[in-house]
Write a protein that binds this ligand. Structure first.
Ligand code: ADE
Length: 259
């Protein structure tokens, strides 16, 4: 497979099928590779080589998928697009958060190591690469400015998307769907700068850091990580998060310099 890989290939990871589906129809010169019970869809998006894959949910699925993308496809950067729960009242459902820093909120080997630190690495936070972060922030800002082209006014009303904002900062990942205010409050106490929680980003970040690869995690806020978190989750993913992923990634690739 290595021989057919083009340089500068972007790995695109999605945790849920609905999020991947929109982009799939735009892929050119498509080839599907079935590895480790996943379909890796190789091809081009707006002239750029990509391999897109559905990781499944959780840190193990995300880490395993990242490793496969690196070793089978020699991707040189990774982008995950999906949804997250807000951990700060400033972030509303429908807003977008881009992870500048990623942390695993469920790793705790204390008292041997500080809470949140990956034992024997001295690290608890992984950082997105500046250039990729800037390019994706720009693509997202342009997407937000053009929301009216992507959604009908009925949809903008239904999902309350009139005043969508982009936030950049700390995202924490763990193998839990957080839907309990007391769990949320404890996390927020330990991590006051935390913006959002999800279940994959920091695992991807750790594997990328081990391989010196750039990554960026883009998340649409789907819920407030409290007792209301499950309400209409799938409808939101399908009707809002999936078109967001398509719009942001289209902007990103259309403006990316071809190598
Ligand atoms: N992804 C979307 N919402 C989430 C939540 N509340 N907890 C964990 N992952 C999520």
């Amino acid at each position: 497979m290595s021989n057919s890989i083009k340089p500068n290939t972007t790995g695109l990871i999605f945790a849920m099928r609905e999020e991947q589906e929109g982009l799939q129809s735009f892929i050119q010169n498509k080839k599907v590779h079935h590895i480790a019970k996943r379909d890796f869809i190789q091809g081009e998006l707006w002239g750029h080589p990509v391999v897109m894959v559905l990781s499944g949910i959780g840190k193990v699925a995300a880490a395993s998928t990242t490793s496969l993308l690196i070793h089978h496809f020699q991707v040189n950067q990774l982008i995950l697009s999906g949804v997250a729960g807000s951990t700060d009242p400033v972030l509303k459902v429908g807003d977008i958060v881009i992870g500048k820093e990623l942390l695993q909120h469920d790793i705790d080997a204390s008292p041997l190591f500080p809470r949140f630190e990956i034992p024997l690495t001295g690290k608890s936070r992984f950082f997105a690469q500046k250039d990729l972060l800037n390019e994706v922030q720009n693509a997202t800002t342009r997407f937000i400015q053009s929301m009216k082209q992507h959604f009908s006014s009925a949809q903008l009303d239904e999902f309350q998307l009139q005043n969508v904002k982009l936030h950049t900062g700390l995202i924490a990942s763990g193998d839990q769907f957080i839907h309990d205010s007391s769990v949320l409050n404890q996390l927020k106490q330990a991590l006051p700068d935390l913006l959002a929680v999800e279940m994959e980003g920091a695992a991807i970040a750790q594997v990328c850091e081990e391989h010196d690869l750039a990554f960026v995690i883009i998340r649409t806020i789907s819920d407030s990580a409290n007792e209301t978190a499950h309400i209409d989750f799938l409808s939101f993913v399908k009707n809002v998060a999936a078109p967001y992923s398509l719009g942001i990634l289209k902007n990103y690739f259309e403006n990316r310099i071809k190598s």
